[in-house]
Design a protein around this ligand. Sequence first.
Ligand code: SF4
Length: 237
Amino acid sequence: MMDIHIKGIVKSSLIDYPNKIATVVFLSKCNFRCGYCHNPELIFHEDEFPDITPEEFFTFLDQKRKWIDGVVLLGGEPLMHPGILEFMREIKKRKISIKLDTNGTFPGIIEKAITEQLVDYIAMDIKNNLAKYPETVNTQVNSANIKKSIALIMDAGKKGLIEYEFRTTVLPRLHAPQDFEEIATLIAGAKKYVLQQFKSEQDLIDNAFKDEKTYTIKELQGFTKLFDGKVETVEIR
Ligand code: SF4
């Protein structure tokens, strides 16, 4: 029995995997507690939502195979699930591309996924400059693991094994302009970085973030300049 807990799927999405029609798979659990997280139910109330079993998922996938060309794994943190690599192998047997959204705390699993060619696109969150990770994600963080994941992803990108992006959900409460200079140094040499504007339409881990002040688009555009000469492409989303 595959040890993985699927809590929801979006059958086909045009926005979650660049240039692909993808099925999105929501997995429970996370080792971070970002106050602005949009998926608290996947983290705190996973038992209240029945699992979609892997068998049910693959029956669906086999029926829809003709209409989709990608699967996006997100959460929560997909790599918290012991059966994740087995799950990815089953998807790859069907010759479907996989995009993995991760917080980067499990470099060992990322490395295995890359080595086994189980992943085609990795989107890794850069929560903040490393010194501010604990206050951003509300738990202790092993910075070495974050750095290792960044290095593995960039190296795999250089070798043409994967496409990737690093991204930060930006909030004035958590990120000062100086933090983006440090993030630019942390990911120097990367291909793509995305500044994500925070949106609070739904319940969050900490609802005190609901009416949170955000930076203006103009301010975000200003931050993109801090990446000049360090990162190839910087986008605002
Ligand atoms: S935002 Fe991502 S990393 Fe943070 S708690 Fe939510 S799922 Fe975990």
